[in-house]
Design a protein around this ligand. Structure first.
Ligand SMILES: Nc1ncnc2c1ncn2[C@@H]1O[C@H](COP(=O)(O)OP(=O)(O)OP(=O)(O)O)[C@@H](O)[C@H]1O
Ligand SMILES: [Mg+2]
Length: 230
């Protein structure tokens, strides 16, 4: 039997508060996501959704508890191994999308391929052009992020996260700055990626329509994940 894509075992996370003491953001998080499934995490602003996504994506570390990706415990890995997992297995759509301002759309999307050197840049470029076409950005290939609208930047960030065909895609509020039609077509893209390529999705969102397109919804309340939405 293959290991689940993701297991979180009793994850806690606290931060030092600026005024002294600590803030306990995550208290006891348990989660298991089988490969190929999709889940949404909802919850109020400040409840710890981005914190949790960063921990799953190996960008931050829990104060306690363990994260397993395909059976491998992240806490037991060194930085080199973690970087390899980040580049090869995980795609990340950030709440602030972190596009490189000096690179145009196509170049931004090819950054993960250049880093991981997992395949030829020509093959990745063909896929990049097809994905950009799908999200309506073909006319913007040579634009820089500063010349794009917020929603266009977001779509570039989503395509960038998909370009290496990650096994796990983590998306933090991926429809935040989109209008209804834009949000719907982005949700279509995520669902299609999940169905066609078996990409496991963990999507953090305030949007109920997007959350409802995932297999399961969890709500983050008082530092714990509860199945369902409030
Ligand atoms: N580096 C940090 N140091 C101290 N506190 C932090 C730090 N990062 C986050 N926090 C606190 O942790 C809490 C959770 O933040 P987080 O960004 O995970 O929330 P969120 O659920 O993603 O909210 P939103 O829906 O607004 O994006 C917040 O109260 C925030 O102030
Ligand atoms: Mg957040």
């Amino acid at each position: 039997m293959t290991a689940p894509m993701l297991i979180l075992k009793d994850i806690a996370k606290s931060y030092p508060a600026p005024s002294g003491g600590t803030v306990e953001v995550l208290k006891s998080i348990f989660l298991e996501v089988e490969a190929g499934r999709s889940i949404a995490i909802v919850g109020p602003s400040g409840s710890g959704k981005s914190t949790l996504l960063n921990i799953i994506g190996t960008l931050d570390f829990p104060s306690a508890g363990s994260v397993f990706l395909e059976g491998q415990e992240l806490g037991r890995m060194g930085e080199v191994e973690l970087a390899a997992i980040r580049n090869r297995k995980i795609g990340f759509v950030f709440q602030q999308h972190h596009l490189l301002p000096q690179c145009n759309v196509l170049e931004n999307i090819l950054v993960p391929t250049l880093i991981s050197r997992s395949e030829s840049i020509q093959i990745a470029e063909t896929r990049a052009r097809a994905l950009l076409d799908q999200v309506g950005l073909s006319p913007r290939l040579d634009y820089r992020p500063g010349q794009l609208s917020g929603g266009e930047q977001l779509r570039v960030a989503v395509v960038r996260a998909m370009i290496n065909q990650p096994r796990l895609l983590l998306a933090d509020e991926p429809t935040g700055s989109l209008d209804r039609a834009g949000a719907e077509s982005l949700a279509d893209l995520l669902v299609e990626m999940n169905r066609q390529q078996g990409t496991t999705l963990v999507v953090v969102t305030h949007s109920l329509p997007l959350a409802q397109r995932m297999d399961r919804i969890y709500t983050l309340v008082d530092g714990a994940l509860v199945p369902g939405n409030p």
